[in-house]
Design a protein around this ligand. Structure first.
Ligand code: GSH
Length: 217
């Protein structure tokens, strides 16, 4: 019998990367929108699934020896599904290590730094002096984009010439800089030719396109 996954998410970059993979793997799932602007992440029902009160979370109804498995942390969800279906993660230890390095680069670097950039430039209350935070995270965002662009000048995809979960993890953060944060000009996104080439190719994929829209408000 086919597994019917339960996804708890919102169409932010951390949520989108998981729905992208569910769509790309053509898995069956039910999507539940958790509206973090209305406190949906703090309900007892959601905390029972993710004690850290953040989207996304995934339930594999039979993942733990036939019993339900709750998975938090978007990177851990990507690794779980990719390993289970042996797709978008390489069986070769060296290539797999490169994929995980770039996944961790997104989870520990690009995601939190771009998130802070968005906080200080878009969401923070303008009654505070935001200039230091804005400069700090803009500088770091441009540094990270330069690292990614250089990496993408070497192969088709982030880790190698094979598409992997690292690409699915990073792409929504790039589209977020352009979309939610309106930062195409301020970050000079047009000058990152390799990132733009890679974005155009990934965004032409039907599964990825659908995954980006799941749990939109
Ligand atoms: N490291 C976590 C981060 C998840 C995260 O920060 N989610 C945000 C939305 S993108 C959230 O749920 N925020 C709600 C809150 O902070 O209360 C992951 O990748 O799953």
């Amino acid at each position: 019998m086919q597994t019917l996954y339960q996804l708890y998410s919102l169409a932010t970059p951390n949520g989108q990367k998981v729905s992208i993979l569910l769509e790309e793997l053509q898995l069956s799932y039910e999507a539940h929108l958790i509206d973090i602007s209305k406190g949906g992440q703090f309900t007892p029902e959601f905390i029972a699934i993710n004690p850290n009160s953040k989207i996304p979370a995934l339930i594999d109804p039979t993942g733990d020896k036939g019993k339900k498995l709750c998975i938090m942390e978007s990177g851990a969800i990507l690794v779980y599904l990719a390993e289970k279906y042996k797709k978008f993660i390489s069986p070769d230890p060296a290539t797999r290590s490169k994929e995980l390095q770039w996944l961790f680069w997104q989870m520990g670097g690009a995601g939190p730094m771009f998130g802070q950039f968005g906080h200080f430039t878009v969401y923070a209350d303008k009654k505070h002096d935001l200039s230091y935070g804005q400069l700090r995270y803009k500088t770091e965002a441009i540094r990270l984009l330069t690292v990614l662009d250089t990496q993408l000048s070497k192969h088709s995809y982030v880790a190698s010439d094979q598409l992997s979960i690292a690409d699915f993890a990073i792409l929504p953060w790039i589209t977020c800089l352009d979309g939610f944060y309106h930062a195409r000009e301020s970050l000079g996104l047009d000058q990152f030719n390799h990132i733009n080439r890679w974005c155009t190719e990934l965004l032409s994929r039907k599964g990825l396109q659908k995954g980006m829209t799941i749990c939109s408000r």
